[in-house]
Design a protein around this ligand. Structure first.
Ligand code: ATR
Length: 273
């Protein structure tokens, strides 16, 4: 019988996860299908138990359900540390994972970037920054979080220090911080459509040994990445995090190597940019 997967969220109509996963299932000839379901916060528990009872293979969770899911599912240590679950697997009970940070890790590794022992500067302190910071710290990176609202950077760094010592600061010393970084990850909305002309850093501040990863994917080549290229730095575009967070969920559910290129193609077609 066909296995059903899905994404729960509210709103959910814009989600491209069905395109990404259905392209992968189709490519591998798997008898599986993936759909988007509008689920509001106070129905999450019923929706998860219902999906499990109906034999779903697994689900992704998106806004506004990721944090609340921690109270319902058996979350793994990284999802607990991040404080959010985006992938639920129903094989044994109801296991919760967070593949957002894993998506960033895989996107870096895909470009041959070493994480263990690297000095990573994360700009931003919202949900995405948090997922990436915990994942990369767990993988042995030395993290500095720089954020417009300094206090949020301090708080995140303090929490990260449970995993590995980390620093928090504002944006005013960015230049010095970039000089002493191997990887810069932009987790702010700077440079995102319609503010395409904005960037968190300029080429003069960067160096050619740097890897610059912008998680903004509209546009794909942000102003930050253009500046990074000018400086001779390695660049990674934001859709790769999205592709790999989906690919890692696919791997958790199916135990099968995800067809990443097919998933990326489906995402780019769906984004239409
Ligand atoms: P997400 O959950 O997707 O990470 P978020 O929680 O809204 O999104 O976080 C957005 C991040 O972008 C925050 O770190 C925010 O900084 P503040 O904490 O100071 O709000 C950052 N951000 C948004 N606009 C910015 C701007 N114009 N300049 C600098 N940082 C900005």
């Amino acid at each position: 019988m066909r296995t059903i997967y899905g994404v729960f969220g509210d709103p959910i109509a814009h989600s491209l996860s069905p395109e990404i996963h259905n392209a992968a299932f189709s490519k591998l000839g798997m008898d599986c299908t993936y759909h988007a379901f509008r689920v509001c916060k106070d129905k999450l528990k019923e929706a998860l138990y219902g999906a499990k009872a109906m034999g779903f293979g697994g689900v992704n969770l998106t806004v506004p359900l990721k944090q609340q899911a921690l109270e319902i599912v058996d979350a793994d240590p990284i999802a607990k540390a991040i404080g959010a679950v985006n992938t639920v697997d129903f094989k044994e009970g109801m296991k919760g994972y967070n593949t957002d940070g894993l998506g960033a890790k895989c996107a870096l590794e895909d470009k041959g970037v070493r994480i263990n022992g690297s000095r990573v500067l994360i700009i931003g302190a919202g949900g995405a920054a948090r997922a990436i910071a915990f994942q990369l710290a767990t993988d042995g990176a030395d993290i500095t979080v720089a954020n417009r609202t300094e206090q949020k950077a301090f708080s995140l760094a303090l929490e990260l220090s449970r995993v590995r010592p980390a620093k928090g600061c504002g944006l005013k010393d960015l230049e010095e911080l970039i000089v002493s970084s191997d990887i810069l990850v932009n987790c702010t909305t700077m440079g995102m459509y319609p503010d395409k002309g904005k960037t968190t850093a300029f080429s003069e501040q960067m160096h050619s040994d740097l890897t610059v990863f912008d998680i903004v994917y509209n546009p794909l080549e942000t102003m930050l990445l253009k500046e990074a290229k000018k400086a001779g730095a390695k660049t990674i575009t934001g859709e790769m995090m999205l592709v790999y967070q989906g690919a890692e969920a696919f791997r958790i559910w199916t135990g099968t190597k995800p067809p990443v290129d097919i998933m990326r193609k489906a995402l780019l077609e769906g984004l239409n940019i």
